[in-house]
Write a protein that binds this ligand. Structure first.
Ligand SMILES: Cc1cc2nc3c(=O)[nH]c(=O)nc-3n(C[C@H](O)[C@H](O)[C@H](O)COP(=O)(O)OP(=O)(O)OC[C@H]3O[C@@H](n4cnc5c(N)ncnc54)[C@H](O)[C@@H]3O)c2cc1C
Length: 415
């Protein structure tokens, strides 16, 4: 009987764990099963390329809940267990051991996996991808001797890894990136250059406008070849070229995928076309009323907030997902928070406010006359709240006042 079945969550990451927590917080007393294919209980990934890679954060600090929490809350946590098939007609999920687990409601919180380079030498020892805590444990061992590190991709993960390799391991670091600046798609060239300068200042050799064509070595990687014919010697390679959403279960079960961003199509309650199946976190393509289109967000806060929202929707509550995307990073002495969204290149101007050279400033991305995204760097007094108010206001902004640090942000909209 469907109604006696548990609420099942597939994916033991942040979205899945927070959804389980919310089901209990909201008073749900039925069975909850949380299925995760990793050996570890749910943990947070942001520290992996920051404090955990640097060795500053203990392993015990990364977990979403204490180990005892799952039993205390009667959450049936199945780690090391993969869901291999979804049968929507039977309301069942098939697990890799063969068990067919019935569900009343199902949340897919399957996250994303690193994009892989399909080039020669990709399987060599010493070529690292970064997603799981075990990847970082291996990487820490490889970096322990310093040496020559080549980072493929100047996105968030590549740059954080580069910063850790310089700061903690005193490695010689080269970053190879086909775009003309780091973070080109995420922030655009203006702010991408700020991050480029930051890394150069810390001794990173940035090779921009250059792609990687292969890895050399017999068993272990010894070099990286680039499309301008250079061979960079390497003891360790770290590949950070983005992630792709884990949507196989949904797709094979006939649930629609978004052709633009690859996520599973859900509504503003994070419900798929099947009323009993929900998706939250990196794998979901949800409608954003603010941006007038579907977006997929690979950020921590989207898992933190989306998991609980999906849980409430599973319980029949009338909820709507309206949170703005939010992201943070720490690299060397730069800490920042970014909020909002734009498609690559989808803005008309960048307005800076404060001391950019001194790395204490705000940046705003303006499309037409509206702020669509903003970030603060090393200015922690107000957080992202005032930036989000500007974005939510959807009002014309006075860019001269926005650039003037003496004008309160709340007084920068045109009246
Ligand atoms: C190294 C790193 C650093 C990051 N730093 C930041 C940061 O600074 N700021 C920020 O905002 N975001 C950051 N992110 C992104 C953020 O961590 C993700 O957006 C977030 O983890 C998404 O959570 P999730 O629960 O949707 O998916 P995930 O964390 O990917 O969890 C999904 C889980 O489901 C499992 N799974 C998948 N398929 C199945 C299946 N069929 N059966 C069972 N289990 C399955 C996966 O193995 C995984 O354990 C970082 C990510 C990484 C990898």
């Amino acid at each position: 009987m469907v109604s006696d079945n548990p609420y099942v969550i597939v994916g033991g990451g942040l979205a899945g764990a927070k959804a389980a927590e919310t089901l209990r917080e909201e008073g749900f007393e039925g069975r909850v099963v949380l299925v995760g294919d990793e050996r570890d209980r749910p943990y947070e990934r942001p520290p992996l390329s920051k404090g955990y890679l640097l060795g500053d954060d203990e392993r015990s600090s990364i977990f979403v809940h204490e180990e005892s929490w799952y039993a205390e809350k009667s959450i049936d946590l199945r780690t090391g267990t993969r869901a291999v098939r979804l049968d929507r007609d039977a309301h069942e999920v098939e697990l890799d051991g063969g068990e067919r687990l019935g569900y009343a409601k199902l949340l897919l919180a399957t996250g994303a996996s690193p994009r892989r380079l399909k080039i020669e030498g990709n399987q060599l020892d010493g070529v690292n991808y970064v997603r799981r805590v075990g990847h970082i444990d291996r990487l820490r061992e490889s970096l322990a001797g310093g040496g020559r590190v080549v980072v493929v991709g100047a996105g968030w993960i590549g740059l954080e890894a580069a910063a850790a390799a310089r700061t903690k391991y005193d490695a010689e670091v080269t970053v190879v990136e086909p775009q003309p600046t780091p973070l080109h798609a995420a922030l655009g060239p203006e702010l991408g250059s700020v991050f480029g300068d930051l890394h150069r200042k810390h001794g990173v050799d940035l090779r921009l406008g250059t792609g990687v064509t292969g890895f050399t070595g017999t068993d272990k990687v010894t070099g990286v070849t680039t499309d301008d014919g250079t061979e960079l010697p390497a003891d360790v390679v770290i590949v950070g070229i983005g992630a792709r959403p884990n949507t196989e279960l949904a797709e094979e079960a006939g649930l629609g995928l978004d052709g633009d961003n690859g996520g599973v199509i859900v509504d503003s309650q994070l419900r798929t076309q099947d009323p009993d199946v929900f998706v939250a976190g990196d794998a979901a393509s949800f409608p954003s009323a603010r941006y007038g289109r579907r977006i997929r967000v690979e950020h921590w806060a989207n898992a933190l907030n989306g998991g609980p929202l999906a849980a409430r929707a599973m319980l029949g509550q009338d909820v709507t997902y309206t949170d703005l995307p939010y992201f943070f990073t720490d690299q060397y002495d730069l800490g920042m928070e970014f909020t909002g969204w734009f498609a690559p290149g989808g803005y008309d101007q960048v307005v800076l406010r404060g001391d950019v050279d001194g790395l204490a400033f705000y940046s705003f991305w303006v499309a037409g006359d509206r702020v669509v995204a903003g970030m603060h760097v090393n200015l922690w007094d107000d957080g992202v709240g005032p930036i989000q108010e500007l974005i939510h206001a959807e009002q014309p902004v006075d860019t001269a006042r926005l650039a003037d640090a003496s004008v309160p942000l709340a007084e920068t909209l045109k009246s």
